[in-house]
Design a binder for this molecule. Structure first.
Ligand SMILES: [Zn+2]
Length: 153
């Protein structure tokens, strides 16, 4: 950036004011676009990571406490042998809290659609307030009368 020489009239005084402003606006617009694009990218990354974390957490929770997972309705194959595990259309009420390292009730649950098209229930841990996400399977999912599905943008 070249420094403005002293003695040069200020831009408002000369006739080059509007032109300069246009350039400045264009430059800021380009910068803003770059920042917005970077933000989009990071948001997508974050959502992918959250989805992955939720998947892994659910798997981990199921391995650690299969009976708890079963009682949560995550594994419902106990009815009969050979019954295929179907994606649950039940509202997901519990998620793995990374902070508490256990399954917790989802506070303020919201049905969201992640960028990868997966549906998930996002909310906060009822105990510590950490953001939690639980992946849900299957098609359209009712939210137990708590509100319409929300698109994650
Ligand atoms: Zn927690």
């Amino acid at each position: 950036m070249p420094k403005a020489k002293s003695g040069v009239p200020k831009e408002q005084a000369g006739g080059q004011g509007p032109g300069r402003r246009k350039k400045r606006v264009a430059r800021l617009e380009r910068t803003l676009e770059k920042v917005a694009a970077a933000q989009d990218k990071r948001t997508a990354q974050l959502e992918r990571l959250q989805a992955r974390a939720a998947e892994l957490a659910a798997r981990l929770a199921a391995l650690r406490a299969p009976e708890a997972a079963a009682s949560d309705g995550l594994a419902s194959g106990a009815v009969g042998e050979g019954t295929p595990a179907q994606p649950s259309t039940e509202p997901v009420r519990r998620a793995y809290c990374m902070h508490d390292k256990r399954m917790v009730a989802i506070h303020d649950p919201e049905l969201v659609v992640l960028r990868n098209g997966r549906r998930a229930v996002a909310g906060t841990c009822g105990d510590c307030g950490t953001h939690v996400v639980a992946i849900v399977g299957g098609p359209a999912i009712a939210m137990d009368g708590q509100g319409a599905p929300v698109e994650a943008s």
